[in-house]
Design a protein around this ligand. Structure first.
Ligand SMILES: [Mn+2]
Length: 230
């Protein structure tokens, strides 16, 4: 299982990123339609948290099977792994409160099926655009440079559980309004923290505008870094 994925330039169509989906694929479809998304040539990159909270978490696997849809692993995908591994760190009561009921109430063979697919998602990915590389990670980039993130996820640096946690759980950059950014990449796109509007800190773009809740889905076109609000 590759923890880091690279995507070559899309020479035929447009590339978009979208914030946390949380089981709201029907709403996402409407936003894609409004953006004129053309699945024959366009691609959609998700910052993760495909499942939990919304009514259509089961559809995550169908979406991941689409050749134009790609996602990194969010903390809600990690929860499925922790649950099946019997991780004592996982509070099952909290998991249910966070929308994990669909998973907890699925038969064990379905749980294994979902978890196997969600466990294969990369922790980070990068996409070539005409104006440089754009990176995606669910919550935060733990390093000042994208090259270090790449080395780390490709196993060239010593593993560190504290670093692993940052990718999918950290809200530190937003909390401290850290605008130092990430070197070696044009932009890094993250989700995880619901905001009323997208927020850029340095070259790190936070785009979870709670389309899965009371907000709206934000699409970012990667070549231009323009927002398409849902
Ligand atoms: Mn999250």
């Amino acid at each position: 299982m590759a923890r880091f994925k690279h995507f070559k330039l899309n020479t035929r169509g447009r590339d978009f990123a979208v914030g946390d989906i949380h089981g709201h694929f029907q709403r996402l479809e409407q936003v894609l339609q409004r953006a004129g998304f053309d699945s024959r040539v366009d691609r959609l990159f998700s910052v993760g948290d495909l499942v939990d909270r919304g009514p259509q978490s089961e559809l995550a696997l169908d979406w991941l099977a689409k050749p134009w849809f790609h996602a990194v692993q969010g903390n809600h995908e990690v929860l499925t792994q922790q649950y099946l591994a019997g991780d004592p760190q996982l509070d099952v009561f909290d998991y249910r409160i966070s929308g994990g009921g669909w998973f907890l109430d699925s038969p064990p063979e379905r749980q294994r099926h979902y978890a196997a697919a969600l466990g294969q998602l990369p922790v980070a990915l990068e996409v070539e655009t005409r104006r440089g590389l754009v990176g995606l990670v669910h919550a935060n980039c733990p390093f000042p440079s994208w090259a270090t993130l790449r080395d780390y996820l490709q196993g060239k640096l010593a593993p560190d559980p504290a670093i692993d946690e940052v990718f999918q759980w950290s809200r530190e950059r937003l909390k401290t309004k850290n605008d130092a950014g990430v070197q070696g990449v044009r932009a890094v796109i993250v989700g995880h923290t619901p905001l009323r509007r997208p927020r850029r800190l340095g070259n790190v773009w936070h785009i979870d505008t709670a389309g899965w809740s009371e907000g709206y889905f934000t699409l970012v076109e990667l070549a231009t870094m323009r927002f398409v609000a849902g």
